[in-house]
Ligand binder design. Structure first.
Ligand code: NAP
Length: 283
């Protein structure tokens, strides 16, 4: 049976480091601060916002919310982003998306300063992930996968890693982060042929397809490490990931659970990146 790699100890270790850094910055009069920009009241946004605020509060990271009505104009949104960019007391920004249809998300992404983009949505942040230049910050979920592997002592060097999914939020950035750690990476998507066979040949499988329990027994081989990024709420209110966890647990060496796995680490990464941004801002 596989080991279960829970997210909680990973998040706790990240939180402990962040608390120490917040204290050190506080002694210099710097108070790491996250801006949250939300348009409207989508339940998913409200839930993520609550999680982020709770995490930040615990770590001593301050939060300032910029709340716009559902019918707000693009100009109002750009004004909020300009305020965030121009305020030296704000170190990071979470722009909740998707935005309402009257808004141009691309333009909003481009308007945000990569130096404050702690959620990895700007081209500057993605360029940083692809080039290793240090510009911006990786998307939190992609970085959460790396934090889990590091915490449990999994060395990526020379490993065959398969990422199922090629979104800009998870699949592509996590593939680049794995490559930077010297894994040999295969990125899979809906046109990939023999996906189960490709997954079986991997040392590490990262499932980010957004399909409930899509990766069944045929996708796994003994000894693998399986990170399940998927989050799905089923009709009965229970949650599952992209991995059929019973099948994975029978074969793999280690599996992250859903809930309680990758998702648990994401807001800690967000807070850690705000603290890092505050540190960079003061040099
Ligand atoms: P997305 O934008 O929908 O992308 C899904 C990717 O998976 C696409 O590249 C798609 O391929 C690929 N895919 C879908 N079905 C497939 C199939 N049958 N075979 C092979 N590839 C397939 O999703 P996302 O935003 O990356 O999110 C992925 C999952 O992670 C979702 O369940 C989401 O809820 C979860 N998530 C979790 C967190 C967290 O904190 N844990 C954060 C963000 C997202 P094509 O490109 O060919 O369409």
């Amino acid at each position: 049976m596989a080991e279960i790699w829970k997210g909680a100890p990973v998040a706790e270790a990240l939180n402990a480091r962040a608390i120490a850094q917040v204290e050190a910055l506080g002694a210099r009069g710097i108070h790491p601060t996250l801006a949250i920009i939300r348009v409207g009241e989508r339940p998913d946004d409200l839930s993520y916002e609550r999680g982020a605020m709770k995490r930040c509060e615990k770590l001593g990271v301050q939060v300032r919310r910029f709340l716009l009505p559902q019918q707000a104009s693009q100009a109002q949104l750009l004004e909020a982003i300009a305020q965030v960019n121009g305020d030296p007391g704000i170190h990071g920004c979470l722009l909740l998306r998707p935005l309402p249809p009257q808004m141009d998300e691309e333009a909003a992404r481009r308007a945000l300063s990569p130096a404050k983009d702690v959620d990895g949505i700007t081209d500057g942040s993605l360029a940083g992930v692809f080039t290793g230049s240090g510009e911006g910050y990786p998307p939190c979920t992609a970085q959460a996968c790396i934090e889990i592997l590091d915490h449990y002592g999994y060395s990526l060097q020379g490993k065959r890693a398969v990422v199922v999914g090629r979104s800009l939020v998870v699949g592509k950035p996590v593939a680049m982060l794995l490559l930077a750690r010297h894994a040999t990476v295969t990125i899979c998507h809906t046109r990939t042929q023999d996906l189960p066979g490709i997954c079986r040949g991997a040392d590490l499988v990262i499932a980010a397809a957004g399909k409930p329990r899509m990766l069944t027994q045929a996708y796994f081989a003994p000894g693998q490490v399986v990170l399940d990024v998927g989050i799905h709420v089923l009709e009965d209110g229970s949650m599952c990931g992209d991995v059929d966890d019973e099948a994975a647990q029978q074969l793999a060496a280690a599996v992250t659970p859903v809930p309680g796995g990758v998702g648990t680490v994401t807001t800690s990464v967000l807070a850690a990146q705000v603290v890092a941004a505050a540190g960079k801002a003061v040099g």
